[in-house]
Write a protein that binds this ligand. Structure first.
Ligand code: ADP
Ligand code: MG
Length: 373
């Protein structure tokens, strides 16, 4: 068992007595490329990270415990705490006709919370996989992801696309996941960073995604207007030619979406050939488009991308919705220290918040752990 899985099992024994019936865990994720394309019916390319939330479950009892918060909640009613995520999953499963009897669950994890690495999808995915197995339902991974999204959208009340839950449930180790957000088809794409001696470095700028809600809704509305002006359902269906029929803000936003979708499709070609130079160029181009056309970058995110570029990274870009949050870079392994030090220094000189750096390995999606013996 992984360390987080052992922690969850241990917490279960301490809180509830006895052995858990099973343990499951699910990862957080980063998005390699394909930003603000999901709600336009386009493509995204996330990969799971080697940080997970584990849950140990058993039948009966009706309690939820988090080792990280050291808190116990009744399964019961929504209370605007972390417990709403597992509650919401049980609710969504019930709504879909999977009868969830009373259960108890203990959680432990190491996905940074609220940093844009999707700890919320990790806790949902782990819960869904565990409850499905505990009560003997045979539910496919995609269906579990849709149930988790429903929990987050309709129970917790956070509007989000399908990417995070898909990544947490469907990713494979050493691979990224191409998701077509219209058809909900998904397939693994090799991401062999180790053979290329590349590290995946994440910079959390620790800037609150303050404007995120209004900015996000505003971008969505503009994309809808642009699609309407073009007489199409979603910008997924627009091409470069169509852009000539747009102007102003609609043109700039649509130009990002059209070019970003094309970049994702190019990116999977480059990964198939392990051509990380070209993949990196697409990452830089994605960042420039998000900065100039979509206007969702920040000085901090730009500083990370520019500084890391000066220090020889293959590619770098903001990841997630922007307006703060995280950026990623593909860094030659021997240069990770140099890059993170240079970026930390650039942040200090600009009097930005001190950033936090992580190095992640593309990891497996949600899994049931070996039965504790
Ligand atoms: P993100 O998904 O980017 O990490 P969110 O705000 O969507 O940020 O989700 C974070 C929330 O998920 C936390 O506030 C908490 O409610 C829940 N959560 C994350 N990790 C854990 C954990 N280890 N134990 C219990 N709840 C967790
Ligand atoms: Mg989240």
């Amino acid at each position: 068992m992984r360390e987080t899985e052992q922690k969850a099992a241990c917490a279960y024994r301490e809180q509830f007595g006895g052995e858990p019936e099973l343990v499951a865990s699910a990862p957080g994720r980063i998005n390699l490329i394909g930003e603000h394309t999901d709600y336009n019916g386009g493509f995204v390319l996330p990969c799971a990270i080697d940080r997970r939330i584990a849950v140990a479950v058993g039948k009966g009892g009706g309690k939820l415990y988090s080792a990280d918060f050291d808190e116990t909640h009744e399964v019961g009613e929504k209370d605007d705490s972390w417990a709403d995520y597992p509650r919401g999953v049980a609710w969504a499963m019930g709504e879909a006709g999977y009868e969830i009897e009373p259960f108890r669950a203990a959680f432990a994890g190491d996905v940074p919370l609220g940093s844009g690495l999707s700890s919320s999808a990790a806790i949902e995915a782990a819960t869904a996989l565990a409850l499905g197995a505990l009560f003997g339902f045979d539910i496919g991974r995609k269906d579990l992801a849709v149930l988790c999204q429903r929990a987050e959208n309709d129970y917790v009340g956070v509007a989000s696309g399908i990417m995070d839950q898909y990544a947490s449930l469907l990713c494979e180790a050493g691979a990224a996941l191409l998701v077509d957000c219209r058809s909900l088809e998904a397939r693994s794409v090799p991401l062999d960073l180790a053979s290329a001696n590349l590290a995946l470095v994440v910079c959390d700028t620790r800037v609150e995604r303050g404007l995120a809600d209004t900015g996000y809704n505003d971008r969505r509305a503009t994309c809808e207007r642009a699609a309407q002006a073009l007489g199409i359902e979603e910008l997924r269906d627009a091409n470069e030619e169509d852009l000539h029929r747009l102007s102003g803000e609609e043109l700039r936003r649509a130009r990002h979406v059209v070019s970003e979708n094309a970049r994702v499709l190019e990116a999977i070609e480059t990964l198939g050939n392990s051509d990380f130079d070209e993949f990196g160029r697409l990452m830089f181009a994605s960042h420039a488009s998000l900065r100039d056309d979509y206007e969702v970058s920040t000085h901090e995110l730009d500083t990370f991308v520019e500084t890391s570029k000066q220090h020889g990274v293959r590619g770098a870009r903001l990841t997630g919705a922007g307006f703060g949050g995280c950026a990623i870079a593909l860094v030659p392994e021997a240069q990770t220290d140099e890059v993170t030090k240079a970026c930390a220094q650039a942040f200090a000189e600009a009097t930005f918040q001190e950033p936090v750096f992580y190095e992640f390995v593309p990891a497996a999606g949600a899994e049931l752990a070996e039965q504790p013996s």
